[in-house]
Design a protein around this ligand. Structure first.
Ligand code: SF4
Length: 462
């Protein structure tokens, strides 16, 4: 059986395992390598886009006959799909890659970090091979030793011909566009993932049908800036309407929205799609006009709040989440207070909150008036406290109500408990076993931390 035989970290070796002889070598500048590997462990960092990308990579591996294993101990190679949005994500991936190389695994760092930090990762001896988000098709050949990395990668991929592997029986995500044109000043995505390009509907329909034929009930359409989807005359709202007509699709969502691109007309049409989840993730980032301008976000707080008003009018039970970024260069205490106030006033159900992290190559990295890291952390801690209080209050408001829940997965640590979602996608913990994909009526009986506990109304549910 074919096995890894390029086991050296120096990459100038000839080695032998079993009956097969070959050699491993890499010179990032010359982009030259030969590695023979058959068992591979895939590790994903970062956003939902990377999670969706991992299903494409799984498809590529499976089609090439490469076995994807669930334990690193079984793998000769490790492929990391990485994220460069924050230093912390990079540090975690770097640490894992270093550990894997220490164990003699071949390490391919793919994705945003592969694109932006490739040369330094190879120079540091952290990665054997590095690939950007548009080079995933080469992974199988690199593992099998058929790629010499000399050819230029295809520029700006969409992978629209690939049928993604699905790892959940009830819920899946599908990238409908890639890249971003916005160049928010703190963000590396446009540099790592290139300009926006949308996948034509006829390809998406094939992918959607493929996923639905496997029994998936809930699909999220993804894009770094998904509201900007456009192919010919088709915009995201047209795509949502057409996707909703596909047989078997029960629940439909979309991520991530740029508030600037959300229009009144779009919201009105969304409200007429029965399968559309009443869930909006609208990253605010900051409530200070000055900071929003410095971030180049393209909306004012007033415009943002107006759009939230439209959403709440059309979807009174909306589950509203956001992203918040504090400690941006030049953010004053008053700017920060405005964000704290907005959190309470707007009443987000949940927020992903971050302290500003300098990303080399972005405009913000060159801005003066950087705040000391401890001050960024202090603001983040205060923001988290504020948002947790709001999250808890909004969850408490639902206790005692009866809702339909959709069962998505076994709860990680709960014996006999399941993860489920309300109709608006709000996550709950169901304190009973149930079939994946089952819908049932439940009473929301209380909170565990900030999580809502639901109890099925019928005695026999599974
Ligand atoms: S919209 Fe802004 S924050 Fe979002 S991916 Fe594009 S550049 Fe980054």
């Amino acid at each position: 059986m074919l096995r890894c035989i390029a086991a050296s970290s120096t990459f100038q070796n000839v080695c032998k395992i079993g009956v097969l002889v070959c050699y491993g070598g890499v010179d990032y500048g010359a982009r030259f390598v030969r590695i023979f590997i058959m068992d591979c462990f895939l590790k994903v960092y970062g956003c939902q886009m990377n999670a969706a990308d991992s299903h494409l990579v799984s498809r590529l591996l499976a089609d090439a006959g490469i076995r994807e294993v669930s334990e690193t101990s079984e793998a000769q190679a490790v492929v990391l799909l990485t994220c460069s949005v924050r230093q912390h994500a990079e540090d975690r991936a770097r640490g894992f890659a270093r550990t894997m190389r220490g164990l003699g695994k071949k390490v391919i760092v793919a994705g945003c970090m592969g694109k932006l930090r490739g040369q330094e990762l190879v120079a540091e001896g952290v990665a054997d091979l590095v690939l950007g988000p548009d080079e995933y098709r080469r992974i199988p050949d690199l593992l099998l030793g058929h790629d010499n990395l000399n050819t230029a990668p295809e520029s700006f991929e969409t992978y629209s011909d690939l049928l993604p592997a699905t790892n959940s029986s009830v819920s899946a995500s599908l990238s409908v566009m890639r890249g971003c044109n916005n160049f928010c000043t703190y963000c590396v995505v446009p540099y790592a993932r290139g300009p926006e390009r949308s996948i034509p509907y006829h390809d998406l329909e094939k992918q959607l049908r493929y996923i639905l034929d496997r029994g998936v009930k809930e699909i999220f359409l993804l894009g770094q800036n998904v509201l900007a989807y456009r192919h010919g005359d088709m915009k995201l709202i047209d795509l949502l309407e057409r996707a909703a007509r596909l047989e078997g699709l029960d629940r439909l969502g979309f991520l991530t929205s740029h508030p600037r691109d959300l229009s009144y007309e779009m919201i009105q049409r969304m409200a007429r799609i029965p399968q559309l989840l009443h869930f909006f993730h609208l990253p605010l980032q900051s409530a200070s006009e000055g900071v929003l301008k410095q971030m180049r976000r393209g909306y004012s707080l007033a415009e943002y709040e107006q759009k939230i008003g439209w959403v709440r009018e059309a979807f009174p039970d909306v589950y509203l989440t956001t992203d918040l970024l504090v400690g941006f260069p030049g953010e004053s205490e008053e700017d920060f207070e405005l964000t704290l106030d907005a959190v309470r006033r707007i009443g987000f159900d949940f927020a992903y909150m971050f302290a500003y992290s300098e990303r080399p190559g972005t405009k913000a990295a060159d801005m003066a008036e950087k705040l000391p890291v401890p001050e960024r952390k202090r603001r983040l801690a205060e923001l988290i406290d504020r948002q947790n209080e709001v999250t808890r209050r909004r969850a408490e408001g639902l206790v005692g109500t009866e809702e339909e829940v959709f069962v998505t997965a076994p709860a990680p640590r709960g014996q006999g408990a399941m993860l489920a979602e309300l109709k608006n996608y709000r996550p709950v913990i169901l304190n009973h076993t149930a079939r994946l994909g089952q819908k049932l009526q439940a009473r929301l009986v209380g909170l565990r931390g900030r999580s809502i506990i639901a109890e099925p109304l019928a005695k026999e549910v599974a």
